[in-house]
Design a protein around this ligand. Structure first.
Ligand SMILES: Nc1ncnc2c1ncn2[C@@H]1O[C@H](COP(=O)(O)OP(=O)(O)O)[C@@H](O)[C@H]1O
Ligand SMILES: [Mg+2]
Length: 476
């Protein structure tokens, strides 16, 4: 049922991979640019120094070279080469080595691009970097043209090792890699923490949803987070709360309804058994029993009618049959049918109805609201009492008040009288044929019309039910 995630498809791994790729790429670019820049600067600096030395040496060596005074020349050049930590070669224009401070190459011929450059080119100096020995080491070679009295005498080559330069660059590269490893490690830890803080609430939410899905409606998410995650968890918990409440009230409703249906059945069964056991029961008693049974059937039928009304509204099966109607007339008509009931109970029913209050609504349901409230007022007001029904307009709303000076409702019960099957005095309500569903039906009908119902009551003094109904449906 639950889709198993591939371990690397989780948010955490995605975040880690993204972090690493970004850091790796930016670091590689930075490192390449940095080493390139540093090494070229170092090499340039070195070759510029070497070229200057070569130029100076060539100028001082030229006269001696011209006069073939090799012995003093060799001596001074060897000293100079030692100071520069290099090697000096003097070559004739044809490329033959005439003098080598290492004393190794005299007499041999050499061709290096830098030589050709200074002998044939306009620039008297040139330099280049060449591999030496087995090719693993490099030397920077500066060439300078030797001229005497305007005549080209030959070329001076100054060779200096670049090993230390290369070592410096390699060291720098190593250091860069170390720094990269450190930064990548730190980023990894940061990404791990970040992804944990991100995925932990998601995981908590997922496992809670699973528990809820398996039927544990009391499951809630507890996360310590901020921002969107906390908002998500809070919204989820609020939703779970509603579902749990809904579930609780539903099972309560079912048990209440069963009880309400069972009570009249039990009463009827008792009456019937009595009649069966006493076949020679006196006729007047038999008649009374049968009247009682008839009364219980009425009750049963009343409960079922109310239940059907409620479930219809719950399932949205009975939507509002809206029409533009005259609420004043509707109120008058409804009160008309109740006047004899009130009179029979010894009550006065007076009405103060503003004429021509027009409203968009469901005629049957609005009539039912007025009927139920007035019926209650009649039922819960002792003989001699007075019931006043008023209809007026306040702003965009129609205002219906049903007031009585009856038994009233204790403050602690007032919040519950709109609950299904709730009755303040069960015995009294039963005696008057109440089901305890009337007010919950009324409230639901008022809410369907976009209205509101409130109650103010004082025990022993009476109650006022106030219904506010918008005269036009929203959006009209
Ligand atoms: N006008 C009123 N005066 C006093 N108590 C009332 C009044 N209207 C309703 N009640 C109380 O609220 C309870 C719920 O009312 P309702 O849902 O209409 O059920 P019932 O079927 O008992 O009339 C009643 O049982 C009664 O205790
Ligand atoms: Mg009622």
């Amino acid at each position: 049922m639950w889709i198993k995630q591939h371990p690397f498809s989780s948010i955490r791994w995605k975040i880690l991979a993204t972090f690493l790729v970004i850091i790796g790429v930016s670091f590689a670019i930075t490192a390449a640019l940095l080493t390139g820049l540093v090494s070229s600067t170092l090499y340039q600096q070195r070759t510029r120094q070497a070229s200057l030395s070569a130029e100076r040496l060539a100028t001082s060596a030229a006269p001696f070279f011209a006069s073939a005074q090799t012995a003093p020349l060799l001596e001074s050049l060897t000293t100079a080469a030692g100071e520069l930590d290099g090697r000096i070669l003097l070559l004739s224009p044809d490329g033959k080595v005439q003098l080598d401070t290492y004393g190794l190459l005299e007499g041999t011929g050499l061709t290096l691009p830098v030589m050709t450059q200074v002998l044939t080119g306009s620039d008297p100096y040139a330099y280049g970097i060449y591999p030496v020995g087995d090719g693993s080491d490099y030397a920077a070679i500066s060439a300078a043209r030797m001229t005497h009295h305007g005549e080209t005498m030959g070329v001076l080559l100054l060779s200096t090792p670049v090993t230390e330069l290369r070592t410096a660059i390699v060291t720098m590269e190593k250091q860069l890699i170390t720094v990269f490893a450190a930064v990548a490690g730190a980023a990894l830890v940061a990404a791990l923490i970040f992804s944990l803080t991100l995925t932990r609430p998601v995981k908590a939410l997922t496992s809670t949803i699973r528990r809820m899905g398996k039927g544990d409606l009391s499951a809630r998410v507890h996360i310590r987070s901020s921002g969107e995650m906390q908002e998500l968890a809070d919204s989820y918990n609020a939703m779970a709360e509603r579902i749990e409440n809904f579930d609780r009230s539903r099972s309560q409703f079912v048990s209440n309804a069963s009880h309400e249906l069972k009570t009249p059945l039990t009463a009827m069964k008792l009456l019937l058994e009595c009649m069966i056991e006493q076949p020679d029961m006196p006729q007047p008693l038999r008649l009374e029993f049968m009247q009682d049974m008839n009364h219980e059937i009425d009750r049963l039928s009343g409960v079922i009618t109310d239940l059907l009304t409620l479930t219809k509204m719950d399932s949205q099966e009975g939507p509002l049959h809206l029409s533009e109607l005259d609420l004043s007339l509707l109120t008058q008509d409804t009160l008309h049918t109740l006047t004899p009931v009130a009179a029979k109970a010894g009550l006065t029913l007076s009405a103060s109805i503003a004429p021509g209050v027009r409203i968009t609504g469901d005629a049957t349901k609005l009539g039912s609201i007025i009927y139920n409230l007035t019926d209650n007022a009649i039922k819960y007001t002792p003989g001699g009492g007075e019931i006043r029904v008023a209809l007026s307009v306040r702003g965009k709303d129609a205002l219906l008040t049903v007031q009585d000076n009856g038994i009233g409702i204790p403050p602690e019960e007032q919040a519950h009288v709109f609950d299904r099957f709730y009755r303040v005095d069960k015995a009294r309500s039963r005696a008057t044929g109440g089901t305890g569903l009337g007010l919950s039906i009324v409230r639901q009908m008022v809410q369907l019309h976009g209205g509101d119902i409130t109650l103010t009551s004082t025990p022993g003094e009476g109650s006022v039910f106030t219904v506010t109904l918008p005269m036009r449906k929203e959006g009209d």
